[in-house]
Design a protein around this ligand. Structure first.
Ligand SMILES: [Mn+2]
Length: 194
C-alpha cells in the first residue's frame, strides 16, 4: 500500500497530510478555508485518493501561507508514497468540463519540476479564498512532487467552475499517472530512473 503521512510546522502554518494512493479509505479536509476544503475534497474524490488534511495557518494575514504550504506537504506526500516509481504509468491527462468551463491538466511524474498554468480568473475572491493562490498551490504541489504539471483552463466564465474543473482534472490526471501497469519494465523511462 502506497501511503505517506507528513507534518510540517513553520511560524506561519502547522500542517499534517495523510495520503493513501491505493485505497480511498476516507477524505477529511480541514484547512480553515471553505473553498479550499471544497477543492481538496474534489481532488481526492476524483483521484480516488485517501486524504486527510489538517492545516492551521495564519488566516488573519490571508490564505496564501495556508494554501501554498498545504501544496508543499501534499506534494511531499505524493513523492514519499510513490517512492522509486517502478511500474507506474508516469503520464496522465484529463479534460474536465463544468458547465460552461473546460479544464485540461497533463502531468508527467518525471522527477523534474515545472508548472505551466493558464487560467484567466476574473473573480479575485471566493469566500475568504483569494483565487490568485490557485497558481501558488499548483506550483508548490508540482515542485514538491518533482513533476511537470500543465494546468489549463481552455475556456470558461465562472471562476468557481474554472478552479473546480482544474482540481478535478488534476485528480484524474494524477490517478492515471500513479496507476501501476505490470507491463512496464522497471520505471517508465529509457533512462532507467525518474
Ligand atoms: Mn463547487
Amino acid at each position: 500500500m502506497r501511503t505517506a503521512k507528513i507534518t510540517r510546522q513553520t511560524g506561519e502554518t502547522d500542517i499534517t497530510v495523510e495520503l493513501n494512493i491505493d485505497q480511498q479509505i476516507g477524505i477529511a479536509i480541514d484547512t480553515g478555508v471553505g473553498f479550499f476544503n471544497h477543492m481538496l475534497t474534489l481532488f481526492a474524490k476524483h483521484g480516488r485518493f485517501g486524504l486527510v488534511v489538517k492545516a492551521k495557518g495564519d488566516l488573519d494575514v490571508d490564505v496564501h501561507h495556508t494554501v501554498e504550504d498545504t501544496g508543499i506537504v501534499l506534494g511531499q506526500c505524493f513523492a514519499k508514497a510513490l517512492g522509486n516509481k517502478v511500474l507506474i504509468e508516469r503520464y496522465g491527462n484529463a479534460f474536465v468540463p463544468m458547465d460552461e468551463t473546460l479544464a485540461q491538466v497533463t502531468v508527467d511524474l518525471s522527477g523534474r519540476s515545472y508548472l505551466v498554468f493558464n487560467a484567466d480568473l476574473a473573480n479575485p475572491r471566493l469566500g475568504i479564498y483569494e483565487t490568485e493562490v490557485t497558481e501558488d498551490f499548483f506550483q508548490a504541489f508540482a515542485f514538491n512532487n518533482h513533476m511537470n504539471l500543465h494546468a489549463n483552463v481552455v475556456y470558461g466564465r465562472n471562476t468557481h467552475h474554472q478552479i473546480e474543473a482544474l482540481f478535478k482534472a488534476t485528480g484524474r490526471a494524477m490517478r492515471q499517472a500513479i496507476t501501476i501497469n505490470p507491463a512496464i519494465q522497471g520505471v517508465n523511462s529509457t533512462k532507467g530512473v525518474i
